[in-house]
Each structure stands twice: as C-alpha cells, then as structure tokens.
Design a protein around this ligand. Structure first.
Ligand code: PGA
Length: 236
C-alpha cells in the first residue's frame, strides 16, 4: 500500500475543479491510499468516498482574529484528515521557519490531522543535505509528544517542478537516512514519501525504490489522466 498525496498548490479555477471532481469519481485504488489537497477554496467540492482530503497548510494558532488565515478547527470541520506542513515553497517564498512549522505540526497532532512534514535540500546544499534534513526533523520531532503520527515527505527542492529527479539509489539512501535518524533519535517509525517531479513517465522506475512509502505529487496530479497512470502503476 502506498500513500499517494496530490498537491494542487495554487491551481485550478472553480469550473476546472468541478470537472476534476466529476472525473475523480471514476478513479479507484484498492491497494493505495489516495489523498487530495486542493486549494482551501475547493475543499467542500471534494466529497468522494474513494479518497481522503488534505489541505496545503494551516495557521500556526487556533481559530480567532487573524485576517486571511485558515485555522486547524476550520479545516477539521471540513473533514480534512491530512495537512501538508512546511512545503519548500512556503519555507522559501514565505519565509516559514522551523519554529513556525513545529507549531503547525503540533496543532495538527492535537486535532488528529496527519501532518505531512516536507523536508529537503536546495541544489547548493546537496553536499551536506543530511545536516539540513536533520535540522528540519529535529526542530519538529524534539517538540511534539506523538511524532510517530507524522508523515515525512522528502522533496529535494531542485527536483520540484523541474523534471529533474535523483537516481533511485540516491532516493533510497536518503529515505533510509531519514528513517534511521528518526528511529535512532526519537524511537519511532514514520512513513517516508518521495516528492519532486513524480510523473506518469517516471513512476515505473521510481516504484522500484524499496524505501518509498508513497509519493507527494504536484504538477502531474492536476491532470487526472496522468495521475491515473501513476495510480495504476502502483496497484500491482
Ligand atoms: P511537483 O511538485 O510534483 O510538481 O514537482 C511536488 C510538490 O511540490 O509537492
């Protein structure tokens, strides 16, 4: 069973979403767990029983006065079960810090929403990526009480939306490093996903990586015919 999480980012108009949701009714997966993370605006449109719902972020504090933000209580009331936290676009473009990300993960755990913690190195950090990954994990894991419920999404930043993907060997080694680091330091096992240019073209190769527990998929998930190919490849 693989966990396949679709991240729509800031894409699709309302008409496109209505069409997407219609087509989604025909997609089924008996061996994989499917999660869709549309824009907040469209969460109420995703009501199928063949998948779970996720959001792409949450505010770092409880419901209340914070103009323009979305709280954990609000997404919970829309049956959201997963939340992508600390995506590199938010870390780098919106300057989210490890401290802020830790607060968001804590809120998710308190509200029984599975946090999908994104970690990964920039191209210029590749030679010391373990250090970056350790810092991103440690800052969150040291400060939460039930870290085994965190899902890790390893996304090399240089692989996101670029069509560039590390070799299978590199992905495997990095995911094993992450799993071992978490086990040795926090005594828990966490699911580890790979994300970064996963597509209908490279899934045949990627599915051979033994340590991958699932995938976080951006661009390809916007086209359901391509996503369907990915899901079918992972069925067998
Ligand atoms: P991508 O995005 O599949 O378009 O590379 C992945 C992500 O950013 O989660």
């Amino acid at each position: 069973m693989k966990l396949i999480i679709s991240n729509h980012k800031m894409n699709l108009t309302v008409d496109q979403v209505k069409e997407y949701v219609e087509k989604l009714k025909t997609i089924n997966s008996s061996n994989n767990k499917l999660v869709f993370c549309p824009s907040y605006l469209y969460l109420p449109y995703f009501k199928g029983d063949n998948y779970s719902l996720g959001c792409q972020n949450v505010a770092d504090r409880h419901m209340g006065a914070l103009t323009g933000e979305i709280s954990i209580e609000q997404v919970k009331s829309l049956s959201v079960e997963y939340a992508i936290i600390g995506h590199s676009e938010r870390r780098n473009i919106l300057n989210e810090t490890n401290e802020l990300i830790q607060k968001k993960v804590t809120l998710c755990l308190e509200h029984d929403i599975t946090p999908v913690l994104c970690i990964g190195e920039k191209e210029e950090e590749m030679s010391y990526k373990e250090q970056i990954l350790e810092e991103e994990i440690k800052s969150v894991f040291s400060n939460v009480s039930n870290p085994e419920r965190i899902v890790i999404a390893y996304e090399p930043i240089w692989a996101i939306g670029t069509g560039k993907v590390p070799t299978n060997e590199e992905i495997n080694q990095t995911l094993l490093f992450i799993k071992n680091y978490i086990k040795d330091n926090f005594q828990v096992d966490c699911l580890t996903l790979y994300g970064g240019s996963v597509s209908d073209k490279n899934i045949i190769e990627l599915k051979e990586v033994p340590s991958i527990d699932g995938y976080l998929i951006g661009g390809t998930s916007l086209d359901l015919s391509k996503l369907k190919v990915v899901i079918q490849e992972l069925e067998g």
